[in-house]
Write a protein that binds this ligand. Structure first.
Ligand SMILES: Cc1cc2nc3c(=O)[nH]c(=O)nc-3n(C[C@H](O)[C@H](O)[C@H](O)COP(=O)(O)O)c2cc1C
Length: 348
């Protein structure tokens, strides 16, 4: 699997998710089997580049290559400048966001709104490709199947993007109108794949090894991208890789192994965000991991009261250590939770 000249270790990708796939989480996904992980979207608005949020998103210190940065915006020259700015900060691949349904983004005619204005989308693509070419940085595109059920124009846009020099296209199998509702459909993704020579990536609702195998065979795509199912379960990449190679499931992670991964993630998370924001933003990651486990909801509630990183870290370490006394594997713990009638995660 290649993106332009860049060779990837496998075809299992972590999806960009604003507020989730920061550098620490991308590193975690890569360590646990993702061959590729895209940054959260970075605005093309120059006036925001110095903001803490954007500069943190453009910081790739210690990140495993290839470093892929997604940019979002609706003005071709601003998007070209944003590409160059991120290349200066270490980006080796630039991804253009044509898929975000968020009102904040779409009202400014960016993200998936661009799928409604194909000439503008193409001007942006051409400007970004031209800005990246001197640096030999490939440009990729992430989009939806179209704006609405009546306007599924992914194939047309993807073909135009390929002609303009885009190196890979990812398609989330929903329209903008759907937001995250309904099921992802893979027929349009298969159609995009059939019409392109560059690699195509399927995305949407891939939440198990079986689903991964089915999407790969149904669409013929070159790679698959996983978003929500990796929240609280970043080892899903390794699970899928194992299943695709052997045809059987590997055992769920050991409690002490998951403890180690989560603590390692927390250390990197605090380092990236600092004490105050670090503790607050780590809560969701911890919550996603523990919610399926016995007593997870009670623990999450307790952990959310802690506002000091050392206390949060110690609480997580102790909680998993205590669980390891009664459960060897994580999911055997989860089935106990189900028996206790606790809520299981929607995404996992
Ligand atoms: C919290 C959240 C944030 C997201 N942020 C972005 C983003 O910054 N850029 C983007 O292209 N897609 C973004 N997405 C969409 C995902 O990349 C992905 O296309 C979508 O979640 C469908 O894949 P999934 O079913 O595997 O989650 C986001 C999704 C979620 C849930």
């Amino acid at each position: 699997m290649r993106i332009g000249p860049i060779e990837l270790p496998n075809r299992l990708f972590a999806a960009p998710m604003a507020g989730v796939t920061d550098r620490a989480f991308r590193q975690l996904c890569k360590r646990l089997g993702a061959g590729y992980a895209v940054s959260e979207m970075v605005t093309s608005r120059k006036d925001l580049w110095a903001s803490l949020k954007t500069s943190r998103r453009a910081n790739h210190e210690g990140e495993t290559a290839p470093i892929a940065v997604q940019i979002a915006g609706a003005d071709a020259s601003m998007m070209a400048e944003a590409a160059a700015y991120n290349i200066d900060r270490g980006a080796q691949i630039i991804d253009i966001n044509l898929g975000c349904p968020a009102k904040k983004v779409c009202n400014k005619w960016a993200g998936s709104a661009l799928m409604q204005d194909e000439p503008l989308a193409l001007r942006i693509i051409e400007a970004v490709v031209a800005a990246c070419a001197p640096h030999k940085v490939p440009v990729t595109l992430k989009m939806r199947t179209g704006w609405s059920a009546g306007q599924r124009n992914a194939v047309r846009i993807a073909r135009a993007a390929e002609r303009a020099g885009v190196a890979m296209v990812t398609v989330h199998g929903r329209t903008r109108e759907q937001g995250y509702k309904g099921d992802a459909e893979y027929d349009t993704i298969a159609e995009v794949k059939a019409n392109l020579n560059i690699p195509v990536v399927a995305n949407g609702d891939i939440d198990s090894p079986e689903r991964a195998a089915a999407v790969l065979s149904k669409t013929g795509v070159d790679a698959i991208m996983i978003g929500r199912a990796a929240q609280g379960r970043p080892w899903i990449f390794g699970d899928i890789a194992h299943y695709l190679t052997t045809g059987v499931h590997r055992p769920p992670p050991k409690v002490l192994q998951a403890r180690h991964w989560l603590l390692e993630h927390l250390r990197e998370h605090y380092e990236l965000y600092g004490e105050f924001s670090g503790v607050l933003s780590a809560r969701k990651h911890i919550g996603w991991v523990v919610r399926a486990l016995p007593g997870g909801e009670t623990f999450r509630h307790h952990m959310n009261q802690l506002d000091d990183s050392q206390a949060q870290f110690a609480a997580v370490a102790d909680w998993f250590e205590a669980m390891a006394l009664t459960h060897q594997h994580l999911w055997s713990a989860a089935s106990t939770a189900a028996n206790e009638d606790l809520t299981l995660p929607e995404a996992a």
